[in-house]
Design a protein around this ligand. Structure first.
Ligand code: GDP
Length: 434
């Protein structure tokens, strides 16, 4: 999907516009307890246009001066998007901060659409002409608070969408990405995995963004490592911010089949790790948890078991994900990783037979009767698999309201155990049968 970024100095109304455009449809597959969501990146739709949207206002450098903040936000937009919406405040006229943003944007060769916000009624439209001086052509009047002008603005942005889609890899190829907060060792792992000589292809023709995919083969299985460029190219001030690492992760997750959630054995698990992992879970990707820097841990025979318990405790929503313990630095135990990735991917794309599925559900119900509510009992008539990646099942019932969360979890787990869905989330949807 093409990516639009919104930039502009603080308080021009970026977040309001962001929320207007994405509406309430933040893609949450299911509620995951313990995960808070940052709405800096989301998918949006406008008539026939389908895109992702970044609110760069969410990139916060803490106490850094204003100018540095704005610069970082503009750089994120330039690096991460296909089209930039540059927002200014129509009630203020052109300010120095706007000019500063403009200068940064000139130097990129990204298409920029200028949006003049807070033009709440037609009489104010004459206020927009000043903004021609910023040098981005016709300014588009919009009103975040009244939701005006967004259609024209997005139509203009869509004119600049790249026409090439992502490169099309063979269906058998496993698209893999590594996510995790800064410094857990993602780049080191990539380098350790690839060993420089095994890198076959870098920028692949047809790639529309700066993402560089790397194709490589292990044990006759072909892999594409997604977005390694972004990880290996370092040094920008915003790269250490939490929101930016989430943004990076989301972009990579979207294009992946299997996501490696990397955590740091030395520093342990912190809240930010859970948040990043939560996105991969919600996106329904196959997941392997990778505990890196295993070399730093002093070990006895129980260490791994104990660490595993800690991981399980912290990532309860990832109870299906296998765990690998590795050291990128010492290049040790990396071989344990690939069988897990392969297994997770296989399960992620597995189809099961309806007849067997229904036997499993019948047995599950016999073991643990369906819940009742006000004397009404949930009746399950039939179940069928409707999708893979992740495996998704529809169960037809008398009343979907009667399918309580805990019972749904129970059925998911029965299905998981019966068919062996280790490494992949399993989605279960209840539908009323007419
Ligand atoms: P990224 O931000 O997740 O890409 O992390 P980097 O790959 O840049 O690694 C961050 C730091 O951790 C660097 O100083 C690495 O040398 C170090 N590091 C990475 N992997 C390991 C490991 O397995 N063991 C140890 N001891 N250090 C590591």
């Amino acid at each position: 999907k093409p990516i639009i970024a919104i930039v502009g100095k603080p308080n021009v109304g970026k977040s309001t516009i962001f929320n207007r455009i994405i509406g309430e449809r933040v893609s949450i597959v299911e509620d995951t307890p313990g995960i808070t969501r940052d709405r800096i990146y989301s998918s949006g739709e406008w008539l026939t246009h389908d895109f992702n949207l970044i609110d760069t206002g969410g990139i916060d450098l803490g106490d850094e001066p204003f100018q540095k903040q704005i610069r970082a936000q503009a750089e994120v937009a330039i690096d991460e998007s296909d089209v930039i919406i540059f927002m200014v405040n129509g009630r203020e006229g052109v300010t120095q901060a706007d000019e500063m943003v403009a200068r940064i944007l000139y130097k990129s060769n990204k298409p920029v659409v200028l949006a003049v916000n807070k033009i709440d009624n037609p009489e104010m439209r004459s206020d927009i002409y000043d903004f021609y001086s910023l040098g981005f052509g016709e300014p588009f009047p919009i009103s975040g608070s009244h939701g005006l002008g967004l259609g024209d603005l997005l139509d203009e942005a869509a004119k600049h969408f790249p026409t090439n889609e992502d490169p099309d890899y063979d269906d058998e190829t496993i698209r893999l990405s590594l996510i995790g907060r800064p410094n857990v060792g993602k780049s080191s792992l990539i380098n350790a995995i690839l060993g420089e000589e095994r890198v076959i292809v870098s920028p692949i023709a047809g790639t529309t963004r700066d993402a560089i995919d790397t194709l490589y083969t292990v044990d006759d299985q072909e892999y594409v490592l997604i977005d390694t460029a972004g990880m290996r190219k370092k040094g920008k001030v915003y790269e250490s911010t939490e929101k930016y690492s989430v943004l990076r992760a989301l972009k990579a997750i979207e294009r992946s089949n299997v996501v490696l959630v990397v955590i740091d054995a030395e520093e342990g698990i912190i809240e930010q790790d859970k948040k990043v992992a939560g996105y991969a879970h919600e996106a329904g990707k196959a997941i392997v948890i990778v505990v890196n820097k295993w070399d730093t841990v002093e070990k006895d025979s129980k260490t791994m078991k104990k660490f595993e318990e800690k991981v399980r405790d912290n990532f309860q929503f990832l109870d299906y994900a296998p765990i690998a313990f590795v050291s990128a630095l010492e290049k040790s135990r990396l071989k344990t990783l690939f069988p897990l990735i392969q297994m997770a991917d296989e399960n992620h794309r597995k189809r099961v037979q309806s007849s067997t599925l229904n036997e499993v559900i019948t047995d599950a119900v016999a073991m643990n009767p369906t819940p009742t509510d006000n004397g009404r009992r949930l009746n399950i008539f039939y179940a069928t698999q409707v999708a893979i990646q992740p495996p998704t099942f529809v169960v037809f019932v008398n009343d979907a309201e009667l399918m309580h969360f805990s019972y749904k979890r129970f059925l998911e787990n029965r299905i998981r155990d019966a068919f062996g869905f280790e490494g992949t989330p399993v989605h279960l949807i209840s539908r009323k049968r007419n």
